[in-house]
Design a protein around this ligand. Sequence first.
Ligand code: RIB
Ligand code: CA
Length: 348
Amino acid sequence: MRRVLLLVLGILIFTSAGMSAAQSGERIKIIFDTDFVMPPQDDSMALMLAMQSPEIEILGITTVAGNDSVERATSDVLRMLEIANQTAIPVHRGADMPLVHEKSDFAVREYGRWYSNEPPPAPPGGYANKKAAPESAVSFIVKTVLTNPHEVTLVAIGPLTNIAQAIRADPGFAKKVKRMVIMGGAIALLPDGSGNITPNAEFNFWVDPEAAYVTLRSGIPIELSPLNVSRKSALTRHWYEKMVETDTPLTRLLKVTLGPRFENEPDRLDFMYDQIAVASLIDPALVSKERLYVDVNIEHGISYGVSVGGRKLWPGAEGARQVDVQYDLDWPRFINMFVDRIQTPLAQ
Ligand code: RIB
Ligand code: CA
């Protein structure tokens, strides 16, 4: 009898150790750090997925300048929470500029309005009644992690300005973060590793290279979702039409915001950068990963903001740490999970 009990106990320990938190029924507590803009921007569809996923508990949303200004990010995400009937989730305004990177003619010509301080346009349905919390993003991030040591996962899908400031704000912070999933970077060592804002730099890391450098070297357990894996996705009109087959507040928002893009460009294909980062938290088996040393170039030259990955350390990368780098995606399983959850009626 004793041997049977020991065998059963061993099996229980073995299976629970191999299961993801989601599979074990535990909800994953996250702080969602984002350079949010309403659809067609990927951040908003990533938040839709997180809100529609019972495996995830969103402790709070923190906003950062990136795709647009931090005021736009804050204004749009407040309105999204009203549309999604999720106004209990607090929103904390974060950094309105990167740590060091200054506005330049190149930045104005290229993508993103991270340097803008213009008032945000009204989101669909008008400005939200819900207001941002008075506490800053950095204060909220630090306080939440310190009071819930080793329980909070940081999901960072914009420039890492808030995260780096939180790391520097308290010497004990990094050790108390459970883990991080970051959408950012591009790894030339792996397929599809070119940049998307400069020839080799990815946008989130290029907007704030110093913040990415500090974060990647912090010792926080990190899973990186770089352009290498983003490029294994393809949001096309076909998948948009499947999403809006059902009528919910979220799919109605997609009709108003994402629909016109495919009306004007029926053959358009968009990568699902931020959505993949969130999905990999829900179902880790959706992505293939390799553990690499990853560092970021902070020299203000032709490679500013470029992330470099290596299987062993190299000269100049002293102090860099190993992170898990996503490089492939189970596209059919991912997109069907995404569409299914977007179509699911809102939690009441
Ligand atoms: O390079 C893609 C990333 O930059 C995505 O997070 C997108 O939202 C922008 O922030
Ligand atoms: Ca983003």
